[in-house]
Design a protein around this ligand. Structure first.
Ligand SMILES: NC(=O)c1ccc[n+]([C@@H]2O[C@H](COP(=O)([O-])OP(=O)(O)OC[C@H]3O[C@@H](n4cnc5c(N)ncnc54)[C@H](O)[C@@H]3O)[C@@H](O)[C@H]2O)c1
Length: 267
């Protein structure tokens, strides 16, 4: 442990075995939070939890699908059973939908994206919010995307679910300010994670292709998103709720200045 910004907090991170989720879990643990890492990939969740424990922190690893009602409830139950309370929830799961016109995209993939990217957040909040309220308040963070704020070629599914997640963030902030629960989102730009491998093959190729879309001339790192999540989870952001933290390397500011040949190429 290196700091105390989240001392006394219990943070649950769905998709915590992923790169942004895992980096966030580790950063929160380094600031004193007890961590629950939930992911459909058991090995990935276990690895993040093991890393936290090896560094002297406390972590519980769960294999679970946050888009399934019974499993979402089980994630929150297991958190309470292990740590006695819940103060902080971070939602990160999303599917990787192929780049496509919607006429060529199956209804099944559309529904899968809605289930994982949006309904999972709904379900988790449904079970998490009463517990955060009982704990005297806390914070919820939704990982959305800068692509939820603009029209994106061939990315209607992803972009629409991320926009909806941003709207859910605002509505939950409105409903639960009275409970001392702050709800905010983060919109990352292109981040160097394994999500890009399916499209680009290697991270090097992905970063070369996607870097120039950002004003800073490079893709971001998972730890740069984790730093934003730490800000939102801590008292450093005590006057912030219902807002989006744009961590996109200047992607949206820059976008209007060029006319790319093809799709924007981010996940
Ligand atoms: N990487 C980027 O460029 C980028 C850019 C903008 C936004 N984002 C968003 O950040 C979030 C994290 O992305 P990442 O790059 O770390 O990807 P990642 O694939 O490393 O992490 C996502 C994690 O979610 C898990 N997951 C998927 N479905 C799940 C479910 N139903 N229940 C529980 N866990 C589930 C996956 O197993 C994975 O470990 C995503 O929401 C993504 O849309 C990423």
């Amino acid at each position: 442990m290196s700091g105390t910004m989240l001392e006394g907090r219990v943070a649950l991170i769905t998709g915590g075995g992923g790169e942004i989720g895992g980096s966030t879990a580790k950063r929160f643990a380094s600031e004193g939070a007890k961590i629950v890492v939930a992911d459909i990939r058991k090995d990935a969740a276990d690895a993040v939890a093991a890393d936290i424990v090896a560094k002297g922190g406390e972590a519980l690893s769960l294999e679970a699908d946050s888009s399934k009602l019974d499993q979402a409830r089980a994630i929150v139950d297991a958190t309470l059973q292990r740590f006695g309370k819940l103060t902080t929830y971070v939602n990160t799961p999303s599917t990787v939908t192929p780049y496509s016109l919607i006429e060529n995209l199956s209804f099944e993939l559309w529904n899968e994206a809605l289930a994982v990217n949006l309904s999972g957040a709904f379900l988790m909040c449904q079970y998490a919010i009463p517990e955060i309220r009982k704990a005297g308040g806390g914070t919820i963070i939704m990982i959305t995307s800068q692509l939820g704020q603009i029209g994106v070629p061939l990315r209607a599914t992803y972009s629409t679910t991320k926009a909806a997640l941003m709207q859910l963030t605002k509505c939950l902030a409105v409903d639960h300010a009275i409970d001392n629960i702050r709800v905010n989102s983060i919109s990352p730009g292109s981040i160097d994670t394994r999500r890009t491998l399916r499209r680009y093959g290697t991270r090097e190729v992905a970063n070369k292709a996607r870097g120039p879309f950002h004003l800073l001339g490079r893709t971001g790192r998972a730890d740069e998103i984790a730093a934003g999540a730490l800000f939102l989870a801590s008292e450093e952001s005590s006057f912030m709720t219902g807002a989006d933290l744009l961590l996109d390397g200047g992607y949206l500011a820059f976008k209007g200045l060029q006319r790319p040949e093809g799709p924007s190429g981010t996940t």
